[in-house]
Design a protein around this ligand. Structure first.
Ligand code: HEM
Length: 127
């Protein structure tokens, strides 16, 4: 129902599939490869745990790793507006490759991630 959390509307299995597809694209994106580790398995596990709580489900990231301090954690990486767009492009592709995601839930998810991605930008575009 519409009162349900986004987590409930998406569901843990679909969330898992989405995160897996997303990092498959991150691993191939020329703007993102330089700042991500070659092995994205732990990154993907942390992201899935983070999104669980972020979308109103179980706070798995907090339980396992503590407070995410998301912006501080991203400061070691140069996140330019181009990289934020690349991140969101990977997510948009992954969303469209996940047919079990209902269109309204997909739109709300993408809007929430767009706001968070904008908040992670910490470096101006290189001149
Ligand atoms: C970790 C990049 C946006 C959540 C990371 C890492 C990089 C990165 C390079 C470190 C990977 C690793 O060492 O395992 C970016 C870029 C973004 C972005 C370029 C574009 C704006 C976001 C957004 C979220 C997010 C929007 C949440 C919705 C996380 C989480 C981690 C992470 C949960 C793992 C933190 C940890 O190590 O415990 N990100 N990120 N990121 N990112 Fe992002």
């Amino acid at each position: 129902s519409p009162e349900d959390t986004l987590y409930k509307r998406i569901g843990p299995e679909v969330l898992h599939d989405l995160v897996t597809r997303f990092y498959g694209h991150v691993a191939q994106h020329p703007d993102l490869i330089p700042i991500f580790p070659a092995d994205l398995s732990l990154t993907a596990r942390k992201q899935e745990a983070f999104l669980s709580g972020f979308l109103g489900g179980p706070p798995l990231y907090h339980q396992e790793f503590g407070h995410p301090r998301l912006r501080a954690r991203h400061l070691p990486f140069e996140i330019t507006p181009t990289r934020a767009r690349a991140w969101l492009a990977c997510m948009n592709t992954a969303i469209h490759e996940t047919p079990d995601l209902a269109p309204d839930a997909a739109a709300e998810l993408f809007a929430a991630l767009s706001r968070t991605a904008a908040a992670m930008v910490n470096t101006p575009e290189p001149a």
